[in-house]
Design a protein around this ligand. Structure first.
Ligand code: SAM
Length: 434
């Protein structure tokens, strides 16, 4: 059973366990000691059943930086050298004339930069490689010396690990999908790293049918398409859905013809996975036939700071021509109703075991997990927090459909203060605007 050292990103630590568990569920990966994962440390030794399980994990995880097949773990360098002295095969395995190697150094938990080259030289002086040629650019065996510190100012590590790199996670996706280079963005376009994490929590798989009922510029369905799903969205605002009007980029003026949700997909060659963007009010569930089924719903409902939640009134078009219909959008959409509608929709149109994952704003002093949205047909799987201001945060809630809803079963939100989110925010001048 391979012992694997996982090195995690130090950002979004509250999402770490949920992302890991969701990916393990997706690929039926079994890890004996999963419970050791926590938010305070950033490296963990885990018991996987096979190396191919680790490879599967790395194909999806945004929060795992890299994985090492662990050969040795020691408390001091003396201890490390003595273990190698007693069991030279550990290093001999990598010291073959026809297998090049590179030794890299990585430290976790230490503020001051350490001299990695010095550490590598010291290790190779004590553990000379006699046969394997060095190749820094494309080694057959990429070996790692990893130091773990318990406090950022400590002089000595509390653990030293040695092993071979199995692979890297998907943190490159946040750069590949960065907003600076994206063709079409809006004021509330979701941060790419979080949107990939959300796609993982929602367990989006190739071939899935994924819906975002508050699609905006499509920031949440781009990752779904990157992971091979077929995607669609509904958006109440014609201008947003069709990329018309003033650009959100500073000093740019009006949006140009080349900007569109489709163009965002074309940038990443996933446009064949974009099925449709409908101009529709997601509070009106009648738009979906009783047979409509989606594998996953992802959403970032508007909670009213930069983008108001709205619903159509009387379903009466105010502008209608061949090209589009603009509905009256007068009535404010109460936040509690919007979240209830979303969970009711999920209970109705998700396949069995399908997941819905959505962002939920929270006023910290009113937050109580017991008051989160509940639906008898939906089970809360994970609840991860992204702090926003001193007084507020938002939580990514992920639910799984456990059975078909029965007649009259509805989502319930006990008094949480969600409806007051806007008033509290506007009276407190938040430093980060969700
Ligand atoms: C927070 S934004 C979503 C941003 C999106 N995730 C993105 O990356 O661009 C919420 C979106 O929901 C839309 N919206 C508000 N009320 C709606 C409704 N009743 N039905 C459908 N869309 C709605 C807003 O116009 C806005 O574009």
């Amino acid at each position: 059973m391979p012992l694997v050292l996982l090195v995690f990103s130090q950002s979004h630590v509250d999402f770490r366990k949920a992302e890991f568990e969701a990916i393990c569920s997706m690929f039926a990966i079994r890890v004996q000691n999963m419970q050791v994962l926590n938010e305070n440390e950033h490296i963990f030794v885990l018991n996987f059943e096979t190396c191919s399980d680790v490879e599967k994990l790395l194909t999806r995880s945004v929060l795992v930086k890299f994985a090492i097949s662990l050969s040795l773990e020691a408390n001091t360098y003396e201890d490390l050298y003595s273990q190698i002295g007693k069991n030279p095969a550990v290093v001999d395995n990598f010291d073959k004339p026809d297998e090049s190697f590179a030794l890299r150094f990585f430290a976790v938990g230490r503020k001051k930069k350490l001299d990695g080259i010095e550490r590598i030289k010291m290790f190779l002086d004590n553990v000379p490689f006699k046969n394997a040629p060095i190749s820094l650019s494309s080694p057959k065996n990429e070996l790692y010396l990893i130091e773990k510190y318990s406090s950022p100012t400590d002089e000595k590590p509390i653990k030293i690990f040695f092993g071979k790199l199995l692979g890297e996670g998907r943190s490159e996706l946040k750069t590949k999908y960065n907003l600076r280079d994206r063709c079409y963005i809006g004021n509330t376009t979701m941060d790419p790293e979080l949107s990939f994490i959300q796609a993982n929590l929602a367990m989006i798989l190739p071939g899935n049918l994924v819906l975002d009922p508050f699609v905006g510029t499509g920031g949440l369905i781009l990752p779904a398409a990157e992971f091979g799903a077929f995607v669609m969205g509904t958006e109440i605002d014609y201008q947003t859905a069709r990329a018309k009007g003033r650009s959100s980029r500073q000093g740019v003026g009006m949006r140009n013809e080349s900007e569109s949700i489709k163009a965002n997909f074309e940038q990443h060659c996933t446009d064949q996975n974009l099925l449709a963007i409908l101009i529709a009010d997601s509070s009106k569930h009648g738009v979906w036939s009783s047979n409509a089924r989606f594998d996953v719903i992802v959403a970032d409902p508007p909670y009213g700071v930069r983008e108001k939640a709205r619903k159509t009134v009387k379903n009466k078009p105010i502008v209608s021509n061949e090209e589009y219909t603009q509905y009256q959008q007068k009535e404010e959409y109460n936040l509690e109703t919007a979240f209830c509608d979303l969970l009711n929709l999920a209970a109705r149109i998700l396949v069995s075991n399908g997941r819905v994952s959505f962002w939920y704003p929270v006023i910290l002093e009113r937050y109580c997990p017991k008051n989160l949205p509940q639906h008898p047909a939906m089970k809360l799987i994970s609840n991860c927090e992204q702090p926003l201001t001193r007084k507020t945060s938002r939580r990514l809630l992920t639910y799984q459909k456990i059975r078909e809803p029965m007649n009259e079963e509805e989502c319930e939100i006990r008094k949480t203060g969600v409806s007051h989110y806007r008033s509290v925010l506007f009276s407190s001048k938040p430093s980060i605007n969700p």
